[in-house]
Design a protein around this ligand. Structure first.
Ligand SMILES: [Zn+2]
Ligand SMILES: [Zn+2]
Length: 301
């Protein structure tokens, strides 16, 4: 998961990926949809291209114009995107947010993506999943990661131009915040446990923990006895963590193999998550998410 977050764990990158999922790949469209500065957008696109998440295709010769398309590796982030949308929609629904008004093209209805178990078809909940260390176990971040500074883009920047998904981007769009949430899922409770698991400077950790309490993802009990615990809203981030883990395993796991194996207690099988539509119950394949008509008009003029 930390490897995955090294690639996609910043707010602008997440926002860009959403636009690409919705089929907006031209520079001008991306500028308009994200509200990003031209130079920032160009830099992010270049970074994603270098990471193999997107590629360019020329759609006009005179003057030359390219559009950006997701590669197989990029398109495979579909489940992560769905899990983020679902969480955001469940806890912070806003009828004006385009991401909360997505249509499932197969049944034509506005829907919430549900993460289900491929073996039994039941929705996945954090409390019904067991995990065991896999061959490549360890919560140790990417070796170079500790040198990374906090993303210099403040949450307010995105809020001003693009209010959609502000909370989930704040939680996931900062690698250390996301790693702190992941550590809480590993049942770390106390400050020292978080610190040992993450190898993180104590001032950075206290800042992230305080922010997560403020966002109501964690609650803080008596430090000595209870430490920090996930709230209901925090526990509900689980499908996002699962989707990130799976993506990281598929594309970035080293030769040691996946660091973690998840089992669905409900059916006892290895957990293979699939995304389903909560309205028709069918699987939602990449490319089957559409913006609602009114939202599309509003966003693209
Ligand atoms: Zn199951
Ligand atoms: Zn549907």
């Amino acid at each position: 998961m930390s490897r995955a977050l090294n690639l996609i764990g910043d707010r602008w990158t997440l926002l860009l990926l959403y636009c690409l999922f919705l089929g907006q790949g031209r520079f001008s469209e991306l500028l308009e949809m994200t509200g990003m500065a031209r130079s920032v957008l160009a830099k992010r696109l270049q970074r994603l291209e270098e990471a193999g998440l997107l590629c360019r295709r020329r759609y006009q010769q005179h003057p030359p114009r390219d559009e950006y398309l997701l590669t197989e590796r990029g398109a495979d982030l579909h489940d992560v995107a769905c899990a983020i949308i679902a969480w955001d929609r469940r806890w912070h629904y806003d009828a004006r947010s385009p991401m909360h008004r997505l249509r499932h093209s197969t049944c034509g209805r506005e829907f919430t993506p549900l993460q289900c178990c491929a073996a039994c078809g039941e929705p996945v909940h954090a409390r019904e999943v067991d995990w065991r260390p896999g061959p490549g176990a360890g919560l140790d971040p990417h070796p170079g990661a500790r040198a990374h500074r906090r993303s210099s883009i403040a949450a307010e920047d995105i809020a001003a131009t693009q209010p959609l998904m502000q909370r989930s981007f704040e939680i996931l769009g900062d690698r250390w915040t996301a790693m702190t949430v992941a550590a809480a899922f590993y049942r770390h409770r106390r400050f020292g446990e978080f610190q040992d698991a993450l190898g993180i400077a104590s001032n950075i950790l206290s800042e992230r923990l305080a922010r997560l309490v403020e966002l109501e993802v964690l609650t803080r009990g008596d430090e000595a006895r209870d430490g920090y615990r996930l709230t209901e809203q925090g526990l509900d981030l689980f499908p996002i963590i699962v989707a990130l883990l799976r993506w990281g395993d598929r594309w970035l796991a080293g030769r040691r193999g996946p660091p973690l194996s998840l089992f669905h207690r409900h059916c006892g099988q290895l957990l293979v998550p699939v995304v389903a539509c909560d309205r028709c119950g069918e699987a939602v394949e990449p490319g089957e998410m559409r913006l609602s008509g009114a939202m599309r008009k509003r966003l693209l003029g």
